[in-house]
Ligand binder design. Sequence first.
Ligand code: PLP
Length: 382
Amino acid sequence: MNTTTNRRAWIKSALAASAGLPLSTLLIPKLEAMPVSKAEIRFWKTFPTAKVNIRLNANENPYGPSPKARAAITDSLNEGNRYPFTSLNDLRTFLAEKENVSPDHIMLCPGSSEALCVAGLYASLEGGSVMSADPTFTELMNYAQVFNARWDKINVNDKLEHDFNAMLSAIKKDTRMIFIVNPNNPTGTLVDSKIVREFCLEASKKTIVFSDEAYLEFLDPTQQSSMVDLVRAGENVIVCRTFSKIYGLAGLRLGYLVAKPDIIRKLTPYQMGYPINQTAIAAGIASYGDTDFMNLSRTKNNTARKHLEDFLDKKGYFYGKSYTNFMFFECKTDGQKLLRKMADKGIGIRIWDYKNQEWCRVSIGTLDEMKAFTKAWEEIVG
Ligand code: PLP
């Protein structure tokens, strides 16, 4: 039996063993909260119900939803008794127009997380491996690993940026998908779009490149360069977008993929049946391209991020130059204790293991929240 058949058989047996439970129920314990360090695993074991009110742990937008989205959400309640079939088609057509592709290039999803899982599942069923930078956002590769794919990790460079040359040389015969994020999560770093485009063009001759553009809108509009033109040119590239970040709709769950129709046709059968609701659709359409709200979020984010940057400079911490709504820096203190002491003060952050060291990833909240964070750091670490 070849690897692909093995994996398909494994899924079937997992489904049978679940005796009617949805597959997602089986996977939840494995993927829940996706700890990225030993410190987080230990912390959540000891404090499974820890709650924080200053949430600097999920790269959310503290200013959303926008006023336009809020009005659309209220109006959408009138459609709450209707299945969203028509609205889903409207949203697909709307996004297709915005991306300058035909609607069969678009896959809608309840947050881009589902798209990442679907892509990870698809790649693993093809047999072989997935590749990404390390550290990066792990969801696609975690999911692929659940279905037995190998994950090849390529360290970021000294500036904590994707090392695209190293990634190109590491492509193997069995590399089924390469996951890239620019700007990257958790490092916040950006690689020049020319380099990324050259990489995508070269790599997509050998495999599928998945370009996650979750934080693109945090860049100054003149710097924003999506890889969607490569999709339009028919390359083996998938572009992934979310409404969770600059649009501030993380709680409503909405995202989408843009890829050539034959890739979209291969991915959609693995979706969980469109759990996208009228409210998310209305909020997404009202938010898209709302420059006032995006400018406000970007400006406030830059001011609050500068507060943290200045603090880290003053303290002499090494960090990645961030173009996003989070920063990644050397922890230089015990990560588990730090998580605990920050949580005691009502502040949530993340701790990463990378190259035998602990690193903090701190999301950018409001300026007041960042001041509370730096004050807490002074008290805990000094
Ligand atoms: N991609 C990246 C790079 C992320 O950082 C996140 C969330 O933090 C996601 C995707 C998932 O976002 P969502 O499922 O809310 O669209």
